[in-house]
Design a protein around this ligand. Structure first.
Ligand SMILES: Nc1ncnc2c1ncn2[C@@H]1O[C@H](COP(=O)(O)OP(=O)(O)OP(=O)(O)O)[C@@H](O)[C@H]1O
Ligand SMILES: [Mg+2]
Length: 267
């Protein structure tokens, strides 16, 4: 199984080599080209059904998730909280089809992640999921606009530049597209990363501690931006965080403990 982009956080396979990072997108399976992935307004965007995840290291088994079930709906902003090691990142990796459950099922917009082959997974991740990370994961040799545009170019989409400009406007960075990441503040870099995550109009944004490298005030601005975009674009957001402010912007707070849901609070 291709373990695409765990290393660099981008929704396509990436290989590091002497010449830098190369991006590889496998050919699409013909049936997906023809039919695409279905989508229904009624079904949850994300459904975790009795999901368990074990890791094996040095012949030791770690039970990272233990029979967890969770649905996330379109337009819903869900925050995952809990102590370090409780399983937040593991859950996000399964939700983004970057990894697979030991038992149970994960459905993204009604499509089970497990039986898909590499090309199907690549397409599912690209069409359904946008990823946002604590360390932004921007390519430093590209401008902000080029960073946002790149996934579209790799997917062979028309009007890539126009769409990238539009996404930068969504995150209120219209004027800064020509700057390189080192010419941006942390909050601005995270906005670029959010614009890139939204470039394929995904069903769900998955964010792993997106405010972890930002001061509290900038972090709050980013949270409010994610809240606004989740509503306006009718996507969904599932975000792992240690930020206390996050609970204030979330529709739903899911508290994990030792790989299980301890409590769900809906506002
Ligand atoms: N690749 C892996 N191999 C082995 N064990 C892992 C792996 N990834 C995570 N774990 C273990 O699974 C459990 C859950 O880890 P996870 O990274 O999901 O926690 P987390 O809630 O995201 O923590 P943090 O708040 O520190 O980011 C931990 O016990 C961790 O050590
Ligand atoms: Mg984590």
């Amino acid at each position: 199984m291709m373990d695409a982009s765990r290393s660099n956080g981008l929704p396509f396979a990436a290989i590091s080599g002497p010449g830098g990072i190369q991006f590889v997108e496998p050919l699409l399976a013909p049936d997906f080209k023809r039919n695409g992935f279905g989508s229904s307004k009624d079904m949850p965007i994300l459904s975790l059904q009795d999901v368990s995840k074990d890791y094996l290291t040095d012949s030791q088994r770690v039970h990272a998730l233990k029979g967890l079930s969770l649905n996330v709906d379109r337009g819903e902003f869900v925050v995952l909280v809990g102590r370090s090691g409780c399983g937040k990142s593991t859950l996000l990796n399964l939700a983004g089809a970057m990894d697979f459950p030991t038992s149970g099922r994960v459905l993204l917009d009604g499509v089970a992640t497990y039986p898909l082959n590499d090309s199907g997974l690549t397409r599912l991740r690209r069409e359904k999921v946008g990823f946002i990370f604590q360390s932004f994961q921007l390519l430093h040799t590209l401008t902000a606009l080029e960073n946002v545009e790149l996934p579209l170019l790799l997917a062979g989409k028309a009007n890539a530049r126009k769409t990238a400009r539009e996404r930068l406007a969504w995150v209120e960075l219209d004027g800064l597209g020509d700057r390189y990441p080192h010419q941006l503040s942390g909050g601005q870099m995270q906005r670029v990363a959010i614009a890139r995550a939204l470039v394929h109009s995904p069903s769900i944004l998955l964010a792993d501690e997106p405010t972890g490298n930002l001061d509290t005030a900038t972090g709050t601005v980013i949270l409010e931006l994610l809240q606004r975009l989740t509503r306006e674009k009718n996507t969904a957001t599932l975000m792992a965080t240690h930020s206390l402010e996050a609970a204030a912007v979330a529709d739903t707070v899911v508290c994990l403990r030792d790989g299980k849901i301890q409590e769900i609070t809906r506002r």
